[in-house]
Design a binder for this molecule. Structure first.
Ligand SMILES: Cc1ncc(COP(=O)(O)O)c(C=O)c1O
Length: 382
C-alpha cells in the first residue's frame, strides 16, 4: 500500500470527454480550448482567460506581460514552489522575499509594507494562497493602489476557495491570476494551467506570447493573402491542447464536490489531532473558505521522541509518503548570489522546522485517513 500527499481523481465522464476531444476535427487550437477558457471565466468571474501548458508558463507569461524595466524587484513569499522565483529571474528581474505570518502561512502584510516603503525598485508582488487559504486580498489590493504596484495571485493551491462567499475574489483584487492543473491540484488536466485577468491589455499581450508572438487578423489577410501572419514579439508555444482542455472541462464540473470532500477530510484530521499538544492543525480565518489543496500541520518535534527526518522514514515504512511544503525558497543554493539571510525570515525558519503535509485528496477513503491518523499518533507518541 502507498498513500501519497495528493493525487488526481478521474471518473468515466472525464474519460468520455477526452475520447470525444480525440475524435474531434481539431485536437489543438480547437473548440475544447475555447470552451474550457469560457468555463473558467464563468467559474472565477474573470473577463479574460488564457489556458497554457502548466502553472509555471502561466507565471512566466504573467510576469513578462508587465513589461517591467530590467532589474526591477518583485516580492515573493518565502513559502512557495520554486518556479514562482525562477520565472522572475528568467524575466531579467530581481526576486526579493517577505516572511510569512504564523496563522495561514501566507505572506505577512505588515512586514510586506515595511519592505515596500523602503525600496523604490519594488514594482510587483506575487502572493500565493498557500495550501488553499486565500491571502487577505482586500489589504493587498490596498497596498497595490497605495504604492502603485502590480499584483499577481499565484492561485495554484486555492482553486475553489472564496473570500466572503466570492469564488471570483482572485481577479477582483489582483491584476493577474495564475492556476496550475497538475494532478495533485484540486482539478487536473494532466499538465496545464491558466491566466485569468480583467485587464484586456495584459490579456492581449499574453495571448500573443503564448502562440509564438504571431498575429493573424482579417484585415491583413484580406490585404496580403489568407496565409498572412505577422511576428510581433519573440513568443513561445505554451498552448494547451484540446485533449487536456476536454479533461479540464469535465474536472471543473466536479470542483465543488472535490473541495467539499477536501474540507471534510480536513475536519476529520482537525478533530483527531485536537487533543495532541505536539500538533498544530491549519486555521481557517473568519470570512474565508479554504480549498485544502494541502493539509499542513506543524509538529513540535521537541515534544516528541523523534526528529523530522526519522518521522518521514518511519511513515514511509508503513506506506505513507508525506511531504514538506516548502523548503524556504531563499535557502536554495541556486540563489546564493543574491545573498539572502535567513535571519530576516524568522517565522519561515520556525515553520520549516515543523511543517509536514498530510495526505489529502478526493479519493482518500475513511479507512485510509484513519490509518494515517493512527500511524502519526503511534510514531509521534505525544
Ligand atoms: C504555488 C505554486 N506555484 C506554481 C506552481 C507551478 O505549477 P506547474 O507545476 O503546473 O508548473 C506550483 C506547482 O506545484 C505551485 O504549487
Amino acid at each position: 500500500m502507498n498513500i501519497y500527499y495528493g493525487k488526481q481523481h478521474i471518473d468515466i465522464n472525464d474519460i468520455n470527454k477526452v475520447i470525444s476531444a480525440l475524435k474531434s476535427e481539431k485536437i489543438t487550437q480547437g473548440k475544447y480550448v475555447k470552451r474550457f477558457e469560457n468555463d473558467l471565466k464563468t467559474k472565477f468571474k474573470s473577463k479574460h482567460c488564457l489556458v497554457v501548458n502548466n502553472g509555471t508558463s502561466a507565471l512566466y507569461l504573467s510576469i513578462k506581460s508587465l513589461n517591467l524595466k530590467n532589474s526591477s524587484k518583485i516580492i515573493c513569499s518565502t513559502n512557495t514552489f520554486f518556479s514562482s522565483i525562477y520565472t522572475v529571474i528568467m524575466n531579467n528581474l530581481i526576486p526579493d522575499f517577505c516572511d510569512i505570518e504564523d496563522q495561514t502561512y501566507n505572506i505577512d502584510l505588515n512586514k510586506l509594507e515595511d519592505k515596500i516603503k523602503k525600496d523604490r525598485k519594488i514594482k510587483a508582488i506575487i502572493a500565493v494562497d498557500f495550501a488553499g487559504h486565500p491571502c487577505d486580498w482586500e489589504s493587498l489590493n490596498f497596498l497595490k493602489k497605495k504604492y502603485k504596484l502590480f499584483l499577481i495571485n499565484d492561485n495554484c493551491h486555492a482553486i475553489g476557495a472564496s473570500i466572503k462567499g466570492n469564488q471570483g475574489y482572485a481577479c477582483k483584487y489582483a491584476d493577474l491570476v495564475t492556476q496550475s492543473y497538475h494532478p495533485v491540484k484540486n482539478i487536473t488536466t494532466g499538465e496545464g494551467g491558466s491566466i485569468l485577468t480583467n485587464n484586456s491589455n495584459l490579456s492581449q499581450k499574453i495571448e500573443l506570447l503564448r502562440n509564438h508572438g504571431m498575429k493573424r487578423n482579417d484585415l491583413s489577410k484580406k490585404k496580403f493573402g489568407q496565409w498572412f501572419y505577422e511576428v510581433k514579439d519573440f513568443g513561445f508555444n505554451f498552448r494547451l491542447s484540446d485533449i487536456h482542455s476536454a479533461l479540464g472541462i469535465s474536472q471543473l464540473n466536479k470542483l465543488k464536490k472535490f473541495v467539499y470532500k477536501r474540507n471534510q477530510i480536513a475536519r476529520h484530521y482537525d478533530k483527531s489531532f485536537k487533543n495532541l499538544d505536539c500538533i498544530k492543525t491549519p486555521v481557517v480565518k473568519k470570512g474565508f473558505s479554504h480549498a485544502f489543496h494541502l493539509y499542513p500541520v506543524l509538529i513540535d518535534f521537541k515534544k516528541t521522541k523523534i526528529n523530522k527526518k526519522k518521522f518521514f522514514e518511519k511513515m514511509i515504512k508503513v506506506g505513507i509518503n508525506l511531504q514538506v511544503h516548502y523548503i524556504p525558497v531563499y535557502r536554495q543554493k541556486f540563489l546564493k548570489n543574491f545573498k539572502f539571510n535567513k535571519k530576516f525570515f524568522p517565522v519561515t525558519e520556525e515553520y520549516y522546522k515543523r511543517e509536514v503535509s498530510l495526505p489529502i485528496y478526493f479519493s482518500l477513503k475513511k479507512d485510509k485517513i484513519d490509518y494515517v491518523i493512527n500511524q502519526v499518533k503511534r510514531v509521534l507518541k505525544c
